[in-house]
Design a protein around this ligand. Sequence first.
Ligand code: N01
Length: 552
Amino acid sequence: MPDRYDAVIVGAGFSGLYLIKRLRDAGFSVLAVEAAPSVGGTWYWNAYPGARCDVESFDYSYSFSKELEDEWDWSERYPGQPELLRYLNHVADRFDLRRDIRFDTRVTSATFDEPANGWTVGLDNGDTLEARFFILAGGAISMPNFTAIEGRESFAGQIYHTGTWPHEPIDFTGKRVAVIGTGSSGVQTSTAIADKVAQLTVFQRTPNYTAPVLNHPLTPEALAEWRKTSGERHERSRHSRQGIPYAFPTVAALSVSAEERQEAYRNAWENSHLFALRLTYSDLMVDEAANETVSEFVRGRIRETVKDPVTAERLTPRSYPFATKRPCLGKGYYEMFNRAHVRLVDLRETPIVRITPEGIETTEGEAPFDAIVFATGFDALTGAAARIAITGRDGLTLHEAWAGGPETYLGLASAGFPNLFLVTGPGSPGPLTAMVKSIEQHVDWITDCLEHLRAQGLAAIEAEPEAQAKWVEHVQQVADGTLYPRANSWYVGANIPGKPRRFMPYLGGLGVYRAKCDAIAAAGYEGFVLSGPAALPELATERDQRGGQIGG
Ligand code: N01
């Protein structure tokens, strides 16, 4: 007999843990299936050197429990990966969440069983689970893009991907190390290992805009002040665009003098947080000329910092507007290229031909390495779902349904897949916000929805195709009103060969999105079909027979 639950959750990271907590508190039986041996999700897998969140600790922590907040002392402005992992382990212990998690196990398939109004979930150990609800909480940026470069298997040294970093210590001291990729992971890894290695070679395909990260320890006074004001700070973040407590600007960049702009950009650069430059003026992400002013400001900082003009030019992003690919925060990133043992290879001039047993061959020749780090990113937003063989109503697979790009209603559900929910899915604002605020919104909404179904004696909820089509169109329209779709970013899937190009995150902002989701729920889940009262008593009967094992 398969195990039966009200909800099976994929993943035990920030999303999965909060789902267990909320659903269990609401009286549902849940099981989270986690591929890793422990909790943490992103913060378990991305244990690469220098991994650190570029959203401030205060805004990158759960807000659902004041007790949790009061007992956890963040040590730094930007939390490092080890501290985030400790925090998530603490959350799992504090709320006794581990007993509802199956570790070291992957979900391989999920099939909707129409008469039963539930899901049969297949695991990689051959077990099956049954669940009324199937919730994809495996992360928006979690499926590593281990980019196919000929000869990778032949390399005799060590190979790593930042997104599946080993948990035992890796010592790069005195080694010749190649880092492929200059996104957030590449910038953090390179800067963290530069002091130790004998030789660091950074392989760059597209230069990024990287602002300095100004991290510092959090004093007891700062923590006390935060705890006093956190309620209001969280509330502001929940209704903001990006899930952070900073106001969206009202002044346009082109309405002020060049001197005033420079001053604003310099302040933002020096007080940096991830969104600081973007929040200087209202028009930066919608007006190309306005964006050019901030893009040029960053280019000026690169020219000022990097001594060799050829290297400076190679590091200078010109092919896309600032922040249309996610910008990076880095500690001494541009300064690093002034060091004699650090070299930049511009793959636009000298592409990689193959990986050899000794190293990497580009069109300018072969260079030997002891280790190669792939910081080549992720199959974002759809990758985690795509690795599971999901079959919905009438045999429709998610692969088929999303062949032209992901189709969701609110980023939370997809037509043809009843009782399936996504957390921070494509079509939600998640990836362009401070994730934890988005996750809490999604999980709260899903929990409320399940409680509503139970209260009404309903067994199934499914997005209506028309409502979904309108949402997909709305997401596109909002994106098309901005500069974001211009870049070949993971937001549009351009980093994965063959992935349909579609701008996936919802750019309307978290506050607007929250209001829409709430209004839809208040209107009786407008745009969803709610059905199937017949199936619930069956589950209840079975639960009674099994001595209340199935929550409800
Ligand atoms: O991945 P990325 P990431 N040959 O996709 C290059 C979050 N995050 O892991 O730009 C050569 O940004 C690729 O080049 P190009 C954050 O949301 C947050 O760094 O596609 N190069 C690019 O330079 C972030 O945005 C934090 O031309 C290849 C790099 O690899 C997201 O995760 C830290 C290549 C990939 O950059 C992903 O970041 C880390 C190839 N075949 C991550 N394929 C913080 O909070 C790809 N590249 C700080």
